[in-house]
Write a protein that binds this ligand. Structure first.
Ligand code: BG6
Length: 525
């Protein structure tokens, strides 16, 4: 498929074909990636909502086929048939191809299998090995296998150990064996290091794929296309022209049914350590020598190394944490965090964090990166705003105009994915007045295709062995190195305060104060 054929200005012809711009030109790989997929934690929410629908979408797009049988591995007893019918329900409910024909769903689910077992019982894994051998024959998988750990982290260790004991990680026969690990990778630097050690007890680093679904989002990958595929932006992407950068990842939902996990994690571990630092590295990194393989990860690591780590005092000064109280979100009354089901009475867990980071390198020295993320904020929106410096002369004041607003390049990750540029323009008429105006690019208007879900791209990449969109061990380690002092500043003597904000707002006032200190403000989203 040519790039031209993917571009269609006519909005009305939106189809459901899978489009993966980074894979254009890679058609030789389509349908030629024989490999069994084993999902540990197949009864869980992630598997129902995201993984199975993603594999089904890949199948619909012809990226995988009957050479890719899938085994759901979980503790509850059920038959293959029961599993198949549950998964077809999940497809009907959560897939972007939910209107696919019954035949298409049946063709897919007939290649699904179920394996009941205890993660800590080596016998179950030996039985899994036998099952994989049978399926290798039946589906001609060539013995290749991708293990997906979609369980709570407490199960990672026994699964990894038993995969090793039962010989399932052995690649000496020529077939590949890979493991995909879901976040969270640890809860601090030490636990992440331990988990990485456990991973390496069983797998080589090149077999390990640490998933961060933000990297699978089309708009996140588009940051690379935008920066390095255009001649006009990269020369302006530095301290000479940029005043500061704002990154907002706001959610209107609360903690929902995940209080058990979230209350231990908090938003800093849940969003900042992973998704947001990944996003930031793509914005701040130097051009990689190639857009594949290790090159991108090498550059991202350099950014993480260049971010100035906080001392305790700096963390207290430059980080704001807060928890939501009751309020109104999307027109509906919503409870405070402490009233949510499963949240401990006196929980001190932060549901919002805002901070100022500095990247101490040649490109970014002196350009602050302001970041905020939280639950139960005014709306669901993820956006990066690159705010440019003002022009050197305030020419228009002579005509009674206010100082022109700063130019802003807005990269909208979700929803209404796109890119906008704000600049000033002369207001029509005899006087010389200037007003801010905007140029907009909207994905939905330019590309007449449905955007693939992040997990589709990532699962396919793991099957194909392309690791550039997965977090490498050193990335995880360095991001925890930055996060640990922040979390530590919230305990011990004189801990940083925990503020509150009303649900449906943009966080506490202190978040705005963080920018006001240097006469800046959060831009409206
Ligand atoms: C997950 C977090 O990784 O990302 C959730 O654990 C969060 O708390 C989710 O809601 C946000 O993902 P998305 O794709 O909806 O922005």
């Amino acid at each position: 498929m040519s790039v031209e054929s993917m571009i269609n200005q006519d909005d009305s012809s939106v189809t459901t074909e899978v489009v993966n711009p980074f894979r254009v030109g890679d058609e030789e790989t389509i349908g030629e990636a024989p490999c069994a997929l084993v999902i540990f934690g197949a009864s869980g929410d992630l598997s129902h909502r995201k993984l199975i629908p993603a594999v089904f979408a890949l199948r619909q797009g012809g990226y995988v086929d009957s050479h890719n049988p899938l085994i759901g591995f979980a503790r509850s007893k059920k038959t293959d048939e029961q599993f198949r019918s549950e998964m077809s329900e999940a497809i009907n409910k959560f897939s972007r191809f939910r209107s696919a024909t019954v035949d298409a769903v049946d063709a897919f689910t007939s290649d699904l299998y179920y394996h009941v077992g205890d993660y800590s019982d080596p016998e179950t894994f030996i039985a899994l090995g036998k099952r994989l051998d049978e399926l290798a024959e039946k589906h001609n998988t060539k013995g290749n296998c991708l293990f997906y750990l979609a369980t709570p982290p407490t199960s990672f260790e026994p699964i990894l150990k038993n995969l090793k004991i039962s010989g399932l990680v052995d690649e000496s026969g020529g077939a590949f064996r890979r493991v995909v690990v879901e976040k969270p990778i640890g809860s601090d630097r030490a636990t992440a290091q331990t988990l990485n050690e456990r991973l390496h007890d069983s797998f080589d680093e090149k077999q390990v794929f640490r998933i961060d679904h933000y990297l699978g989002k089309e708009t996140v990958q588009n940051i690379l296309a935008f920066r390095f595929g255009n001649g006009i932006f990269e020369p302006l992407w530095n301290r000479r022209y940029i005043d500061h950068v704002q990154i907002t990842v706001a959610e209107s939902i609360g903690v929902g049914s995940r209080a058990g996990y979230f209350d231990k994690a908090g938003i800093t571990r849940d969003m900042l350590q992973s998704h947001i630092l990944q996003l930031m590295t793509l914005i701040a990194m130097e051009p990689p020598i190639a857009i594949r393989g290790e090159s991108i990860r090498d550059e991202k690591v350099k950014v993480l190394r260049a971010i100035k780590p906080f001392t305790r005092m700096e963390a207290i000064r430059n980080v704001v944490r807060a928890q939501y109280s009751s309020g109104v979100v999307d027109g509906e009354a919503s409870p405070g965090y402490l009233e949510e089901e499963g949240v401990p009475e006196k929980s001190q867990t932060e549901t919002f964090v805002a901070l100022k980071l500095e990247v101490d390198n040649w490109r970014w020295s002196g350009v602050p990166f302001y970041i905020r993320t939280g639950k139960r904020l005014a709306k669901r929106v993820s956006q990066v705003n690159i705010v440019y410096r003002r022009p050197p002369l305030a020419f228009f004041e002579a005509f009674g105009c206010d100082a022109p607003e700063q130019n802003v390049l807005g990269i909208r990750i979700q929803p209404e994915e796109g890119i906008s540029m704000s600049f000033v323009s002369k207001r029509p008429g005899p006087s010389f007045h200037i007003d801010p105006v905007r140029m907009d690019f909207k994905y939905s208007a330019s590309f007449a295709k449905q955007t693939p879900e992040a997990y589709e791209r990532l699962i396919l990449d793991a099957i194909l062995g392309e690791a550039s969109l997965f977090a490498r061990e050193d990335e995880v380690d360095l991001s925890w190195k930055l996060i640990d002092p922040i979390i530590e500043s919230w305990s011990g003597d004189n801990p940083a305060p925990l503020y509150t904000y009303q649900s449906g707002n943009w966080g506490p006032e202190e978040s705005s104060a963080l920018l006001e200190r240097s006469s800046r403000e959060w831009l409206r989203l």
